[in-house]
Design a binder for this molecule. Structure first.
Ligand code: DGL
Length: 277
């Protein structure tokens, strides 16, 4: 097999602080069915959303090093917090294509809004970084962007309380101020949040378009692979492991969660010591 051919058949590396990035992996599986994926969930160090830029960058750098040992041909930072805090640094350090979820999410929101009032729900880190405001206003200076940190959403999702009176109540408290200012578009700016999409949608009402950056991210990835000549040309043959999952802790819990959201049943998740990278 030639070097170029090998590269075509190499997997895409996808990572998140935990299970949230699976919503992005799911979309990549759907839109790029020929691509292999190596997923890493940092289950030992989740959440990232309340940590500093330095810490999130250090963690992300270690994960990228690990993914590179898996010969990935491109990397998707399937975490808004890591995209907000670490992507600029990572882009300088790696020589393979690397994309995050924030730019694609901002683009999708600009395309969706009619009244120019865009809400963003995300972790404290993503909101404090102001990154969605920056990307949106660079492309549409008239847009008004309202961010709301929703720190309790990640634990609720991780506990599996996707449709539950507790989640309803908390979501209502977080979202009321966004309803009051009349946004017509809401970015689910944390990869965990698509799991509670129906709760958020019910509270925001039909007049508000919910944007899940995962869709646009997978589309951009497809475009990027095509541009760089890195697309896998056919579905890997029988016996090739299409998707592989690694975590830094609690593989069983991760596996159970992943199996509940991916149509492809995952065989196993392997624990690695990410501190070694
Ligand atoms: N899923 C991550 C994100 O998109 C955040 C979860 C966390 O706080 O670790 O921001």
């Amino acid at each position: 097999m030639s070097g170029q051919e090998e590269l075509h058949n190499s997997p895409i590396g996808v990572f998140d602080s935990g299970v949230g990035g699976l919503t992005v992996a799911r979309e990549i599986m759907r839109q790029l069915p020929n691509e292999r994926i190596v997923y890493f969930g940092d289950t030992a160090r989740v959440p990232y959303g309340n940590k500093s830029k330095e810490t999130v960058t250090k963690f992300s750098r270690q994960i990228v090093r690990f993914l590179q040992t898996q010969q990935v041909k491109a990397i998707v930072v399937a975490c808004n917090t890591a995209s907000a805090y670490a992507l600029d640094e990572l882009e300088k350090e790696v020589d393979i294509p690397i994309i995050g979820v924030v730019k694609p999410g901002a683009k999708a929101a600009i395309d969706a809004t009619k009244n120019g009032k865009i809400g963003v729900v995300a972790t404290e880190a993503t909101i404090n970084s102001g990154i969605y405001n920056r990307y949106i206003q660079e492309n549409d200076p008239n847009a008004q962007v309202l961010g709301k940190a929703c720190p309790l959403f990640v634990p609720l999702v991780e506990e599996g309380l996707w449709e539950d009176p507790v989640t309803d109540e908390i979501a209502r408290r977080y979202l009321t101020e966004l309803i009051d200012v009349g946004i017509d578009t809401l970015i689910l700016g944390c990869t965990h949040y698509p799991m509670i999409r129906s709760t958020v949608g019910k509270i925001m009402g039909d007049q508000v378009t919910l944007v899940n950056p995962a869709y646009e991210t997978a589309r951009e990835l497809k475009e990027l692979l095509r541009e760089k000549g890195l697309e896998s040309e056919h579905r890997p043959g029988l016996g090739t492991e299409l998707y592989r999952f690694f975590v830094s802790d609690a593989a069983d819990k991760f596996q159970k969660f992943a199996n509940s959201i991916l149509t492809y049943g995952i065989l196993s998740a392997k624990v690695i010591n990410i501190e070694e990278y």
